[in-house]
Design a protein around this ligand. Structure first.
Ligand code: C2E
Ligand code: MG
Ligand code: MG
Ligand code: MG
Length: 281
């Protein structure tokens, strides 16, 4: 855009634009090596049930501290990985690591499931479900112990292949969650057409609670909708007791947020899970 509006203007933006572009290019250039070197790792955040306050699952979230740029925002990381068609490889690497690390937690009952974010192009890949189920079998992880989180935008793009993968996963017992619910189109069709087990209420909705009654009313009616569709609801971004009390009172099944724990590296989450179990039991 700027480039077409005349030479004089370009110069003004040139410097900053270049810096940002250079940074993005460098990140993309460093990505393959960072993946093979294991520099990008999964962190884990607990998912807690509202009824007994027990840990039910953990969500794996990617973390990368770049040697020059410091921590890279995961949203930007996946945007860039997608641009250089590395998102699939990155997720595959992260999933491998996560399966390995989480296996003992699953085996000794510290958690019931591992929740994985799946990028839109993966869920649209023809053999995605077959490959994932194969990996799980090889790891002796039961499909019921996995939840895949997909974005609405993923199914808007290529509904048919996404749907086929989700049907296959769901029939095998994998749980399916619709992530960031309430930020996009909140497509009702998706609720009808996809084999969903969970809706994850986006943290922006939780944060907006208390601003006015409208938000509380909206969440209450989403809960009714979810009940009618027989899907569980996970409230994301729970930071205060007030928020946790409210989402519990309207019938949310699960909660996740800094009130319980930030996403933590493996060893720290391991310690946290044992400590939490002692505290609640
Ligand atoms: P998401 O799946 O909706 O993840 C929830 C985000 O909320 C995470 O941000 C998490 O750190 C943050 N969060 C959790 N609790 C709280 C809270 O109480 N307060 C606030 N303010 N934030 C909270 P994060 O880790 O920056 O990830 C952002 C997005 O990047 C994720 O959104 C997900 O869409 C994507 N992402 C992260 N890791 C992966 C991955 O391994 N694979 C793929 N495909 N996507 C990933
Ligand atoms: Mg998620
Ligand atoms: Mg989310
Ligand atoms: Mg999100």
């Amino acid at each position: 855009q700027a480039k077409q509006s005349g030479r004089g203007r370009v110069v003004l933006f040139d410097h900053k634009l270049n810096e940002a572009e250079k940074r993005r290019t460098q990140i993309m250039r460093d990505l393959p090596e960072a993946i093979t070197n294991g520099e990008i790792v999964p962190y884990y955040q607990p998912i807690i049930c509202t009824s007994k306050r027990l840990v039910r699952g953990v969500e794996a979230l990617a973390r990368w501290t770049h040697k020059d740029f410091g921590p890279i925002d995961p949203a930007e990381l996946f945007e860039l990985a997608h641009m250089c068609t590395m998102a699939g490889d990155l997720d595959k690497h992260l999933r491998g690591k996560a399966f390995e690390q989480v296996k003992p937690w699953l085996d000794n009952g510290l958690i019931n499931y591992l929740s994985l974010n799946i990028s839109p192009q993966d869920i649209a890949c023809e053999d995605f479900a077959t490959k994932l189920l194969g990996r799980l079998a090889a790891m002796a992880i039961s499909p019921e112990q996995i939840c895949v989180e997909i974005l609405e935008s993923a199914i808007v793009g290529d509904l048919e292949s996404a749907q086929a993968n989700l049907e296959q996963l769901s029939s095998a017992g994998v749980q399916i969650a619709l992530d960031d619910y309430g930020t996009g189109f909140s497509n009702l069709r998706a609720l009808l057409d996809l084999p969903l087990d969970k809706l994850k209420l986006d943290q922006s909705l939780v944060r907006a609670l208390g601003a006015n009654n409208k938000v509380a009313n909206l969440l209450t009616s989403i809960m009714e909708l979810a009940k009618a569709m027989n899907v569980r609801v996970v409230a994301e971004g729970i930071e205060t007791r007030l928020q946790s009390t409210f989402v519990t009172s309207i019938g949310c099944d699960l909660m996740q947020g800094y009130l319980f724990s930030q996403p933590l590296p493996y060893a720290q989450m391991d310690a946290w899970l044992f400590e939490y179990r002692e505290k609640v039991a």
